[in-house]
Design a protein around this ligand. Structure first.
Ligand code: TGC
Ligand code: FAD
Length: 390
């Protein structure tokens, strides 16, 4: 059984509204009932458990902050964060599916799309009838997406798209891909590429040791004819995909807390029950130090995420503030996963417990959506005014 009890050392619940708590309870109960019992086997088999898509839609995980008229849940940013936290408490790969669908597919269609595009795609994405993916990264352009070579040419009544994207979450089964590509003048635009378009294929990436319950793949475009109405008309330039990343990175800053909470909660319970040398291992100072530092770091991360959510609700959060929270909270979770695994001794490496799976998952989370080092350089640039990338 899933015994998870969420830590709240600083009474952060006092900062939440009744709606926040209801949204969180719905997500938490769903994870306990429908994710925890099946996720270990899905990860072992390296399969995305498609049967959870309906539940993700029902808890509002697809477009939490997209207005209800387009099928979204119409919630605020803190609710969005809490949903991501609860889902990632179950598994980072499941949270990835929700992050991509919400912030990287629904958000750009809502924000940069035409009214016809919104009506065609958003309700189906919100209900889980359609799954989307986001193609920015290329084989030779990861941290530096501005160097992308995927491009499209204007052919009168349509565009012709060529190139390839790599490391794309949900790609193998996505119905629609938001693809970033350069026009003939080198300007970046978003295009909606639909499954079934001739010349478009999505091969699966195999042999991952991380995010095994999330499907990852490539997007290959070989002279794909794109109808003109599939170009996102309302924003172009690298700033457009970076705005989507701001939203996804915010969700990840919350999500990572969920993974950390699950590792801490598991390790704390184990340390109180497991006896060596005639007493619980939790009675030894070295194990208490690990656990005390974990709850301190989780509490700091919660405060960072909550404050960032409040700023985002007022539309005041800067990209650099989001980078700081993504970087801090994911590293915090990764360190807690590693320490928790040690507290469980040999049992920590088995699938009987969630910790090793979280630890391996977080190795992707620390790299995607901007690596740990890229986010540090964004902070560095913000405080010095000097750009380390150019
Ligand atoms: P730079 O010259 O600084 O900026 C280009 C233009 O963009 C504007 N801008 C932003 N706009 C909105 N939001 C932001 N966060 C923005 N950051 C910059 C900027 O003002 C400029 O506008 P303009 O009008 O002057 O053109 O760009 P750069 O080429 O030097 O790159 C900057 C850098 C390195 C920070 C950026 O490229 C970066 O963040 N790189 C990391 C790449 C990344 O995060 N990739 C993620 C791929 S998606 C993914 O991983 C999904 S995993 C999902 C899952 O499974 O959960
Ligand atoms: P590189 O950019 O080659 O970086 C390699 C190393 O060099 C890193 O440590 C990096 O920090 C460092 N480095 C790079 N530039 C600098 C610099 N200027 N200064 C100092 N150090 C630097 N992308 C999508 O578009 N959509 C998705 O859905 C998606 N899902 C993903 C799912 C998974 C499981 C993974 C692993 C990745 C996913 N990505 C996705 C791609 C992800 O965003 C990239 O892997 C990430 O941005 C890093 O790019 P890269 O792997 O090419 O590494």
């Amino acid at each position: 059984p899933d015994l998870f009890e969420a830590p709240d050392y600083y009474n952060l619940d006092d900062l939440l509204t009744e709606e926040h708590k209801l949204v969180r309870t719905a997500a938490r109960d769903w994870v306990k009932r429908d994710v925890s019992p099946i996720i270990e086997e899905a990860a072992q088999k390296a399969e995305f458990p498609k049967k959870i898509i309906k539940g993700l839609a029902e808890i509002g995980a697809f477009g939490p902050y997209i207005p209800e008229e387009y099928g979204g849940a119409g919630l605020d940013q803190i609710s969005y964060g809490l949903i991501m936290q609860e889902i990632e408490r179950g598994d980072s790969g499941v949270r990835s599916t929700a992050s991509v669908q919400s912030s990287l597919v629904m958000y750009p269609i809502y924000k940069f799309g035409s009214e016809a595009q919104r009506k065609k795609f958003l309700p189906k994405l919100a209900s889980g009838e359609f799954i989307g993916c986001f193609g920015l990264t290329e084989p030779d352009h990861g941290s530096n997406p501005g160097g992308m070579v995927t491009n499209f040419k204007n052919k009168g009544d349509h565009y012709l798209l060529n190139g390839a994207k790599m490391w794309i979450s949900n790609a193998p089964f996505a119905d629609v891909a938001v693809v970033w590509a350069k026009d003939e003048s080198g300007r970046i635009h978003g295009l909606l590429v639909e499954r079934g378009m001739e010349g478009f294929s999505t091969p699966t990436t195999h042999n991952k040791w991380s995010l095994r319950a999330s499907a990852t793949g490539e997007l290959i475009f070989d002279n794909v004819k794109i109808p003109k109405e599939n170009l996102l008309p309302n924003k172009s330039g690298l700033g457009a995909p970076l705005m989507c990343l701001d939203s996804a990175r915010f969700g990840i800053a919350w999500g990572a807390i969920g993974a950390a909470m699950d590792c801490y909660d598991t390790a704390l319970r184990y340390a109180k029950e497991r006896h060596q040398f005639g007493k619980p291992i939790g009675a030894f100072q070295l194990q208490q130090k690990k656990l005390a530092e974990m709850i301190t770091e989780i509490t700091k991360a919660q405060l960072l995420a909550w404050r960032l959510g409040s700023l985002r609700n007022e539309d005041k959060a800067t990209s650099s503030q989001i980078s700081m929270a993504k970087r801090n909270n994911v590293e915090m979770a990764l360190k807690i996963a590693r320490e928790s695994r040690q507290i469980l001794g040999g049992m920590g490496i088995t699938g009987e417990y969630s910790i090793m799976r979280h630890m391996m998952n977080l190795e992707s989370v620390v790299t995607y959506e901007g690596t740990h080092d890229i986010h540090l350089l964004i902070t560095g640039m913000d405080i010095t005014g000097l750009n380390a990338f150019k």
